[in-house]
Design a protein around this ligand. Structure first.
Ligand code: T3D
Length: 261
């Protein structure tokens, strides 16, 4: 499949999706939302892909919704429908993808792009990156999953403050708040993300995907429900090659050769 607004590359079981509208700080127009969604779908279908990296080209991760497209479409389009038909499909594709997604946050992630960044599973930020809930600057509420994802990560007080101030939260503060997993020098981001992705892609990736499912499901239930879900999902993990290989490798005192199956 060929794309115009993103770059998509697969190498050594790692798919890399690069948001590629650098002149607009990788703002999402409809085409970029559709193409990013399609790239995640393609990554889900391709059994050879075992980890996905999402990043931006240039100095921004993404500045969120393309505001020129926003005004061009005028009052004829319902924002609710625009979200349902666009960002919601992207967010759902990401959280339902049972493979780890690394967000290599190379610069500012603003507005809807904050939601997209939060829907990655591991976030590595460049020390020059920042997060900004730009929505209130244009009289909107946070969308693209931010109201669900962000308070769970950093607590409601900080999330609400970010929403109503639209302050740029720099990478070091994002790390202290638990919004990102690591901060690295900007010049090393691509290398660190690729190394981490490579090591995940060589791991028991079915288990990684099922862990994502178990943790996502656990938000919607109580402890007893979570215990039952774990038993059900572990049954699936326990039938994989990688479980048998992991146990055998331990007993034989050798490195496991996981195959993601
Ligand atoms: O219908 C729906 O689906 C609603 C959904 C809404 C979701 C949302 O995401 S709402 C929030 C949308 N995003 C924003 O409001 C952020 C707008 N951008 C900014 O505030 C600033 O650009 C930044 C703080 C991100 C970066 O500032 P700075 O000074 O580093 O860069 P800049 O000069 O503002 O931007 C560089 C260029 O990118 C500039 O174009 P030019 O003048 O060089 O031709 C600027 O207009 C363009 N650009 C940046 N962000 C956007 C954009 N163009 C269109 N849309 C953007 N979001």
């Amino acid at each position: 499949m060929s794309y115009e607004t993103i770059l998509f590359d697969v190498k050594d079981s790692v798919a890399t999706i690069i948001l590629n509208r650098p002149n607009k700080l990788n703002a999402f127009n409809d085409q970029m939302v559709e193409e990013t969604t399609a790239a995640f779908k393609q990554s889900g279908r391709d059994k050879d892909i075992r980890c996905v990296v999402l990043t931006g080209n240039g100095r921004a991760f993404s500045s969120g919704q393309d505001l020129s497209a926003f005004t061009e479409r005028g009052d004829t389009v319902s924002i609710g429908e625009h979200l349902r038909l666009g960002y919601h499909k992207l967010l759902k594709q990401m959280v339902q993808l049972e493979k780890p997604i690394i967000g290599a946050i190379n610069g500012i992630a603003a507005g809807a792009a904050c939601g997209v960044a939060l829907a990655t599973d591991i976030r590595i930020a460049a020390d020059s990156a920042s997060f900004m809930l730009a929505f209130s600057k244009i009289g909107l509420i946070p969308d693209s999953g931010v109201n669900w994802l962000l308070p769970r990560l950093i607590g409601q007080a900080r999330a609400y403050e970010m929403a109503i101030t639209a302050d740029q939260i720099p990478a070091d503060k994002a790390l202290a708040w638990g919004l990102v997993n690591r901060v690295v020098p900007a010049g090393q981001l691509a290398e660190v993300a690729a190394a981490w992705a490579g090591s995940l892609a060589a791991g028991p990736t079915v288990a990684f995907g099922l862990t994502k499912r178990a943790m996502n499901q656990a938000w919607n239930t109580d402890l007893f429900g979570a215990l039952e879900a774990e038993a059900y999902i572990q049954e699936i993990a326990g039938r994989t090659h990688d479980n048998k290989e992991g146990v055998a490798a331990f007993l034989e005192k050798r490195a496991a050769q996981f195959r993601g199956m």
